[in-house]
Design a protein around this ligand. Structure first.
Ligand code: G2I
Length: 464
């Protein structure tokens, strides 16, 4: 519908130009198509997504590395620095220096941070590896609580539990010291994380869960469905997506992403790398994410091939000297082209100019601008977290304002991914640097935590 109207407007413009508007010396202006980003982060943001990378803290002193990081990415995952062995090397002695350095680097540049990971059978500190039973369960829950509390308000999404399912055909849990504390260890970890940081999205993260037909994928799917049915606090599922010859990209990947999303969780591609870095495969992965409304971001597992845990497979978007590879161009183009039918037109600059200024009412872009906002609330006694989803109308947004009237007694205590004015009564929220640009029909989210009772909130949204 929209693109038909756009074409009709273009045809009208051609006719006008042909009728001598140019010759008459009329000033013409061109309505730019939704601007195409020139970096991964900016282009993803235009689609209401983030584009992130794993960062190794010790490389932040490498200027070739940080130049690419700072230019291209708007989300960061610590490659190793938030793992259990890094953050609690001795029991009850927490060590956050390396992780804080990454978090500060990211946040001071407007990048968001994914936390990886609170509970995992691997990379446990020695003291934990040798524990079992209720002592281990208690130590794990304490770890989740302490670490999530330390990073509260600074991590937008946590991989609460990592890699808890078995490979192969069983579709069941992986054996581990944590699993042997009882099958409910995963939900116990999620509940502890929610209590410690109610504002963070809580994800389950795993590998080899890309192929919809695999038993492992189905096992994780059934767990998430069960968690949603029973009210276990899970918000998202991470698909590591380490693609290689043994575990290749498959065309049902999009089905996997959309099937999980249909359970009512966000889906995120969390550790993407592709053996050989086929441009076509990278493009397909990006297109699959863009095709699923709740696929809200992609993280690649390193910047240059030499940064990869599988460097010999040259699986990343930049080569060893930091040059962009063909896969980079494919990813950027896929982000800019988008695949959703509501995408704004992306006509090349050779297109005819649009209507002259003497005819403003019919000047493209067609359709109403504006935006809508919806809110979902997690209420507990005495407080709540609100996640607000901002959705662009039929035109892309370059900024937005949401107004929410809070009932008396409700006071905002912290917020993320938006600027706020007011913390009681009428509150106004505007985009931050990285989420102001929202493609037509696309969404972005922000959230806040408050004391009191939310009641029914009715946010309004306007473009700015
Ligand atoms: O194995 C690839 C990834 C699979 N999913 C979970 C991720 O957390 C995991 O990341 C990798 C890191 O890329 C590696 O860098 O996890 C490995 C194990 O934690 C990391 O390797 C470790 C080495 O095992 C250590 O010997 C080394 O000290 O990296 C450490 C820091 O370089």
């Amino acid at each position: 519908m929209r693109s038909t109207r756009w074409k009709a407007a273009s045809r009208a413009a051609i006719a006008l130009a042909g009728a001598g508007a140019l010759a008459a010396g009329m000033a013409l202006f061109v309505t730019a198509p939704a601007s195409a980003g020139t970096t991964l982060g900016a282009s993803a943001a235009e689609k209401g997504r983030y584009f992130g990378t794993a960062v190794a803290g010790f490389k932040l002193s490498d200027s070739a590395y940080t130049t690419i990081l700072n230019r291209e990415f708007n989300s960061v995952t610590a490659e190793n620095e938030m793992k259990m062995n890094a953050t609690e090397p001795q029991q009850n002695q927490f060590s956050y220096g390396a992780a804080d350095q990454i978090v500060n680097h990211a946040r001071s540049r407007g990048m968001s941070v994914r936390g990886h990971t609170l509970a995992w059978h691997s990379q446990q500190p020695g003291w934990m590896e040798s524990m079992s039973g209720s002592a281990l369960r208690q130590a794990m829950l304490n770890h989740v609580t302490q670490v999530a509390t330390h990073f509260r308000g600074r991590v937008v999404a946590w991989d609460v539990v990592n890699e808890a399912f078995a490979d192969g055909s069983s579709g069941g849990r992986r054996d581990s010291n944590l699993q042997r504390t009882g099958n409910d260890w995963i939900e116990a970890a999620f509940r502890a994380a929610r209590a410690a940081d109610p504002g963070a999205k809580l994800c389950y993260n795993d590998y080899n869960t890309d192929n919809w037909t695999h038993a492992k994928t189905q096992g994780v799917y059934n767990m998430v469905r069960d968690f949603k049915a029973r009210g276990v606090p899970i918000d998202c599922v991470g698909f590591q997506s380490h693609f290689n010859n043994d575990s290749p990209y498959v065309s049902n990947y999009r089905t996997t992403l959309s099937s999980f999303a249909a359970l009512g969780v966000d889906v995120q591609i969390t550790e993407l790398d592709i053996q050989g870095a086929s441009a076509n495969t990278y493009r397909s992965v990006v297109e699959d994410c863009l095709a699923v409304a709740r696929c809200n971001g992609i993280t690649v597992w390193g910047i240059r091939d030499s940064d990869s845990w599988r460097a010999s497979q040259t699986p990343l978007l930049f080569n060893n000297n930091g040059s962009k590879k063909p896969a980079y161009d494919a990813v950027l183009a896929a982000l800019n082209n988008g695949t959703t039918p509501t995408d704004p037109p992306t006509d090349p600059p050779t297109d005819p100019p649009t209507d002259p200024p003497t005819d403003p009412p019919t000047t493209p872009p067609p359709g109403p601008g504006g935006c809508t906002a919806t809110v979902s609330v997690n209420q507990w006694t005495g407080g709540f977290v609100a996640n607000v989803r901002v959705t662009a109308g039929s035109s892309a947004l370059s900024g937005w304002t949401v107004t929410i009237a809070l009932p008396s007694g409700a006071t905002v205590t912290n917020a993320w991914s938006a600027n706020r004015s007011g913390n009681t009564g009428t509150t106004n929220w505007t985009n931050v640097a990285y989420n102001g640009q929202v493609g037509a029909g696309q969404s972005t989210e922000y959230g806040f935590q408050a004391n009191g009772t939310a009641g029914s909130l009715s946010p309004t949204c306007s473009a700015r």
